[in-house]
Ligand binder design. Structure first.
Ligand SMILES: O=P(O)(O)OC[C@H]1O[C@@H](O)[C@H](O)[C@@H](O)[C@@H]1O
Length: 302
């Protein structure tokens, strides 16, 4: 059976390998496991709540319609909690669209969002449909989001796939192809140009790389071996985050406390500015996560 549905989860199994699977929690339409030939590729905290009481700490939470917490009181997303409401609403499972590669869709509209949260976005005056498509190939996982404004008023939104990669050791991990990109450092509250040809990790890290050309593929590398490739579809920004020691300690659902050694978030989205969507308009963004291959160095001069 390539797709199994339970009350709370949907599981896709690749037809050519029973140990290549993706598990999606209906709550948040959160991918909570990507197993490739029996090996887990995503990090989920052992302290994560999977019962729908709190967004999942790990996997691929979905961020919409605001990233972080909006600072301007005048903005219609100002009252929303950090990262919006998509990750803490139960999405509708819309079914399977393709048998091979197994592909499924989930939907979110105002009906699925709790009225208390909904009224915090533009006083509940927006109408929208979000369709999340998840496709599992042998060595590749694709997540696509389609957003439609079904109301009569324009709205603005951020979108982000908050992907938590599982890695053997953060202190041996590098990320490439961000050199010469403009970045906003959330810890320093400063904007500058990234000068490192490869990023390495020695302390808390929280940067938004802004407007990175879409032909840049980011690779997560360990000891010269490519672990992951991230290809973006219409998602110009990428957040790179590791909480390191103190922030992991301070985060109640982050467990084990040294789990920061085994995770890295590389999160493609549109967060440095809002996407505007007029009445009846549609927008799509996506990420393709693939495994292995050669190191590919991309600079701004090629
Ligand atoms: O604790 P949350 O809401 O899941 O957020 C986790 C992190 O998410 C990252 O995307 C942000 O850049 C960080 O600033 C934030 O701490």
């Amino acid at each position: 059976m390539p797709v199994d549905e339970t009350e709370t989860q949907v599981i896709l199994t690749h037809p050519s390998d029973p140990n290549t699977k993706v598990t999606i929690l209906k709550y948040g339409a959160t991918v909570i496991s990507w197993l490739n030939k029996g090996e887990e590729k995503l990090w989920v905290s052992e302290g994560a709540f999977l019962d729908g009481s709190k967004p999942v700490r790990g996997g691929i939470p979905l961020v919409f319609p605001v990233f972080g917490k909006q600072k301007s009181e005048a903005h219609p997303t100002f009252k929303l909690p950090q990262h919006g409401f998509a990750r803490n609403s139960t999405w509708e499972f819309l079914g399977q669209t393709t048998a091979n590669p197994p592909t499924v869709e989930f939907g979110l509209g105002p009906e699925q969002v709790s009225p208390d949260l909904l009224k915090l976005w533009g006083d509940g005056s927006y109408d929208f449909t979000l369709i999340l498509t998840i496709k599992l190939e042998e060595d590749k996982l694709t997540t696509l989001i389609d957003i439609e404004n079904r109301g009569s008023k324009e709205f603005e939104f951020n979108w982000l796939f908050h992907t938590y990669y599982r890695i053997p050791d953060i202190t041996d991990t590098l990320v490439n192809n961000l050199v010469d990109q403009s970045c906003f450092d959330q810890l320093l509250a400063e904007e500058y140009t990234e000068k490192s040809p490869v990023i390495s990790f020695h302390e808390e890290f929280d940067r938004i790389y802004q407007k990175v050309p879409l032909d840049k593929t980011f690779q997560i590398i360990e000891f010269g071996k490519v672990l992951f490739n991230l290809h973006r579809i219409n998602l110009n920004d990428t957040v790179v985050w590791n909480p390191w020691i103190k922030k992991s300690e301070a985060t109640a659902d982050f467990f084990p406390k040294n789990g920061y050694l085994n995770m890295l978030c590389v999160e493609p989205g549109n967060v440095s500015s809002f996407v505007k969507l007029g009445a009846g308009e549609k927008w799509q963004g996506g990420q393709e996560l693939s495994l292995g291959g050669e190191i590919k160095v991309q600079t701004n001069i090629y």
